[in-house]
Design a protein around this ligand. Sequence first.
Ligand SMILES: NC(=O)c1ccc[n+]([C@@H]2O[C@H](COP(=O)([O-])OP(=O)(O)OC[C@H]3O[C@@H](n4cnc5c(N)ncnc54)[C@H](OP(=O)(O)O)[C@@H]3O)[C@@H](O)[C@H]2O)c1
Length: 238
Amino acid sequence: MSERGTKVVVVGGTSGIGLAVAEKAVAAGLQVVVASRTEQRVKRALNTLGAGTEGYTVDVMKEESIRDFFAQVGKFHHLVVTAGETPMGGFVTTSVEAAKAVFDSKFWGQYMSAKIAAPSIAEGGSITFFSGSFSRRPASGAAALAATNAAVEGLTRALAVELSPLRVNCIAPGLVVTPMYDGMDKTSRDEMFAQVGASLPAKRVGQPEDIAETALYLMKSRFTTGTVVQIDGGALLA
Ligand SMILES: NC(=O)c1ccc[n+]([C@@H]2O[C@H](COP(=O)([O-])OP(=O)(O)OC[C@H]3O[C@@H](n4cnc5c(N)ncnc54)[C@H](OP(=O)(O)O)[C@@H]3O)[C@@H](O)[C@H]2O)c1
């Protein structure tokens, strides 16, 4: 997939997995647009990605913001949405409001992005959503997130049917080292990565590049649609 002029939009492309997708797409010679809420993060990503990449601010929890963003982007080929915030907490102790916020960010953010973007996606294009391995193998404290991930996977299959021939797929990562965990203190974070890594058949946790490779594959593979690709180092078997 090195066709010049192929334009990829990565919503959430300023950090972690999204930034790695953007980097791989740039390396493949594609035109790349990244977006997220924070201007500073957008600027930092553009510095990393180099000249020719576009960057915008957008908040996927706000429909108007998404509309403004895609109006600026115009026609493009592949949409990847990695944006979303997913705090965890005990089922009984977490407020319903906090649980709904996970859905608002990660499910409705992807739903609205796809709905608003779909008419601008060119023939042969694709959408790639993000769920996570908790949809199938949840940890304690992940009820809202597990349900959100499962909803994103259901949305993937529904849109693969309804938006056909536009292809719609989903990536379900396991534990991947990204700035998502920057809020933890370093010692606990390193311990968590080491412990989880040792428990997995792959004997390590994921890196953003591990996941980005699959995002590029899903853009390219014209016969792949309605599928959820689980990339978790074997977490379902551990
Ligand atoms: N890392 C893991 O272990 C892991 C495991 C399973 C699933 N996943 C899933 O993989 C995806 C990417 O995760 P990641 O680890 O790469 O996270 P990350 O490093 O925290 O990046 C998240 C990105 O989304 C943007 N974002 C967050 N809320 C947004 C909003 N409302 N509107 C627009 N942009 C928003 C952030 O930028 P701003 O702050 O500037 O908005 C950032 O660019 C997520 O769906 C996550 O749930 C990750």
